[in-house]
Design a protein around this ligand. Structure first.
Ligand code: ATP
Length: 362
């Protein structure tokens, strides 16, 4: 693991009397791509603005390379921000937009020319250098904003929802480019998004936030496969959850009752009287005949709807207790996936270990 570059220690922020961030503790490692993920209003942008120096914390510390920078103005911080709107200077050419930071620092002309040329090549915009931002596509504007920020050689680049203005296809392309660029530059990226798919595909680690607090920090795989609670599980992808009563917990096995069914599952967690069994739609197997069910862990239900999604289909199934669950299956021409009939009885099972058990938070 690389060294810690930036630490947030008990960082809190109030606007008027509203507590927007509550005692945030976070270490960001040198060279990593870290994403702050959470619903609108949870405080992601506020964290970036505090790190960038555009807001002052109510309490707590911001430390870069061991030094408290709470009282440093933005220009004295080793950070640069790429805003959602890109905030390019409309009357300046691409070249001048990128050169701006160096000109402000009175960098010699020859150095500026060389650095801007390198930056333009890095973001593949050399042939557009004389255009104005309005003559560029959204993706190109975003690359200008990134080039303009990295030319100042920040230790940390702060990116605020910077792909959200792009259409789906361009956004996918830019996600890949941004990640490659980050690897090439070796600069730490702190990226803000409310798009879970984007967070999963780009990040080394993800910080899931909710209402001004951190819910979980982990790699994309950890967050997806071992969510700490229902909020994280449901925010990061789809999840079917079953609230059960704990009947017994011994020898690392839990007996969990859901309606009249008792599931017997491996459990290394400390559960109290209620717990949640969580199953992702892709972890359910669906069968039309009971003989084909290959597990003790199954539900029965009635098919409500089939949703075609290109490579997968989603089956919406109503269980006996009226709970609706979702199962997804790969779809190909040979499969009989579309042979399902609305209203038919189906069996849903999962292989033990594919579920996640969560303690129930009252
Ligand atoms: P989004 O994804 O919508 O950008 P976010 O997670 O980035 O949301 P923030 O922009 O950090 O959320 O805002 C968190 C909360 O703080 C919101 O309720 C917002 O209204 C409030 N807030 C942010 N800036 C200010 C301010 N300058 N004055 C008062 N309230 C503010």
């Amino acid at each position: 693991m690389n060294k810690v570059l930036l630490s947030l220690k008990n960082l809190s922020k109030k606007f008027d009397e509203a507590e927007i961030l509550q005692s945030i503790n976070l270490d960001i490692y040198d060279g990593e791509f870290l994403t702050l993920l959470g619903p609108s209003g949870c405080g992601k942008t506020t964290i970036l603005r505090l790190i960038g120096g555009f807001e002052h914390p109510t309490s707590g510390e911001i430390i870069i390379n061991g030094k408290n920078i709470n009282d440093f103005p933005p220009e004295r911080r080793a950070t640069n921000t790429v805003f959602q709107s890109y905030a390019l200077f409309p009357h300046m050419s691409v070249y001048d937009n990128i050169a701006f930071g160096l000109k402000m620092k009175n960098t010699p002309k020859e150095t500026i020319a060389l650095e801007v040329k390198n930056a333009l090549e890095m973001v593949k915009l050399f042939e557009h250098k004389d255009k104005k931002p309005s003559e560029l596509s959204g993706g190109q504007q975003q690359r200008v904003a990134i080039a303009r920020a990295v030319i100042n050689k920040p230790l940390i680049l702060l990116l605020d929802e910077s792909l959200s203005a792009l259409d789906y296809k361009l956004r996918k392309e830019m996600q890949l480019e941004l990640k490659m660029l980050q690897r090439k530059l070796g600069i730490t990226f702190l990226f803000v998004t409310h798009d879970q798919e984007e967070a999963l595909s780009m990040s080394d680690r993800i910080v899931v936030m909710n209402k001004g607090k951190i819910e979980q920090i982990g790699t994309p795989k950890e967050i997806y496969e071992e969510p700490k609670n229902l909020f994280v599980a449901e925010f990061i992808g789809e999840a079917n959850s079953f609230l059960c009563s704990l009947v017994a917990l011994e020898n690392q096995r839990a007996k969990l009752q859901y309606n009249s069914t008792v599931f017997d599952l491996k459990c290394t967690k400390n559960l109290s009287n209620k717990a949640i069994i969580l199953i992702r739609p892709e972890d359910f197997r669906v069968e039309k005949n009971f003989e084909d069910v290959k597990s003790q862990n199954y539900f029965t239900g009635i098919l409500q709807d089939v949703i075609y999604k290109g490579t997968t289909i989603d089956l919406l199934i109503k269980l006996e207790d009226s709970k609706e669950v979702r199962a997804s299956e790969f779809y190909n021409e040979d499969s009989d996936a579309l042979g399902y009939k609305i209203g038919q009885k189906l069996f849903l099972y999962w292989v033990e270990g594919w579920e996640v058990l969560l303690a129930h938070e009252e």
